[in-house]
Design a binder for this molecule. Sequence first.
Ligand code: 4AD
Ligand code: MG
Length: 449
Amino acid sequence: MSRYHSYKTIEQLPDLIGQEVTLNGWVSDKTDKGKLCFIKLRDGSGIVQCVAFRPSIGDELFEKAHSLTQESSVSITGTVRSESRAPSGVELDITNINIWQISKDYPISPKEHGTEFLMEHRHLWLRSTRQHAIMRIRSSVVKAIRDFFDGNGFRLMDSPILTPSACEGTSTLFETEYFDLGTAYLSQSGQLYAEASAMALGKVYTFGPTFRAEKSKTRRHLTEFWMVEPEMAYFDLNDDMDVAEDLVEYIVQYVLKTCPKELAAMGRDISKLEAVRRPFYRMSYTEAVDWLNKNNVRLNKKQADGSEIQIDFPWGDDFGAPQEEAIMQQFDKPCIIHRYPTEVKAFYMKRDPDNQKVALAMDMLAPEGAGEIIGGSQREDNYEELLARIQHENLPVDAFQWFLDLRKYGSVPHSGFGLGVERTVKWISGAEHIREVIPFPRMIYRIVP
Ligand code: 4AD
Ligand code: MG
């Protein structure tokens, strides 16, 4: 028998009051009170309390309810009753139980577990309330991203994961042997392919997993993460920043609309998200350096003898987390920092025609300590300039010949950016660590489960 058409979920129960339904799920908790047995059933869509009352259901069915343990799999049939004290507004009065499996010694009990233990049991940890809420927020973020681009004239263009060259620096490449063709690298970014695609379709986006052999053990770094990368022909840096702001506003407002329960489960301060409305803040890198130095946000510098001194932030250095956090403390919504020094940014970025020392780059920093969620730029569209940059970075020109072609046949100004899905979900959900916002995180010290 197909369960498909009669399958009801806990989410739907408020519309089914008075009806008898069968729910398929798992037991998240059970309490016995004499003649009463309360079973908290979860089915992925929500949690509902199911009530077994011995005098009305008889001994045999009551014993079945009583035998259930945490994470036992069951189908429970019952009548939906409105219950104002229940979080979902409904309860189920049990009329039948079909036990699929009694679970024994489920390793994750309601007591506190250490993070290492939980990470080792990630395949089970995903069932807990907080992780469930984060995964639903993640799913909404991804839907918002797709809706935004699909609804604004962008076409999805998938980029390859096995690639012949680096895109974001050579120090974070995962390598693998590729038949007789030498070394292949796992893609750090779909951007180079997005650029080719934009010349064919105008406005495009790539969306997929990207890989960085990041040595950093921070709360913001994964070795495998998801990135969405729009790329637009005939867009300059200002257009690029406008798209980035529109996208982030759309995502945040969409999650507020679709995930109120999940945000509440996370204890998220909704007012902070409601404030995320355009226009965001913008400042140039040079303005940001001036601000740091005016506000005495000093940089610790190690000297030759090992001692540390505090200095003004030197123009030309890249910002680290401390600088970004200091800058963002004054802002209640995201801020875009643009025109970074050419030397700290990628080879493909166009230099500012008004100041060759800076690139037409932009990073979007999110508030509440979330840090960089977007990196992007206007691209170098001049053949000779791009070739010079590739040579300057000691990158293999051969592997980039096709990319240089784009500057030979109908080159146009174009721009794009990459938004990290996990950084964004971490910020919006209020999760403490990036490892919690992807189903199965990959980090330097973890590849299982
Ligand atoms: O700033 P990034 O390195 O930019 C690029 O890859 C460009 N090619 C994008 C483009 O212009 N099409 O990375 C973009 C974003 C970052 O802002 C951050 O949100 C995320 O990707 N990111 C990471 N997220 C998790 N773990 C890591 N190790 C990440 N590295 C980057
Ligand atoms: Mg970046």
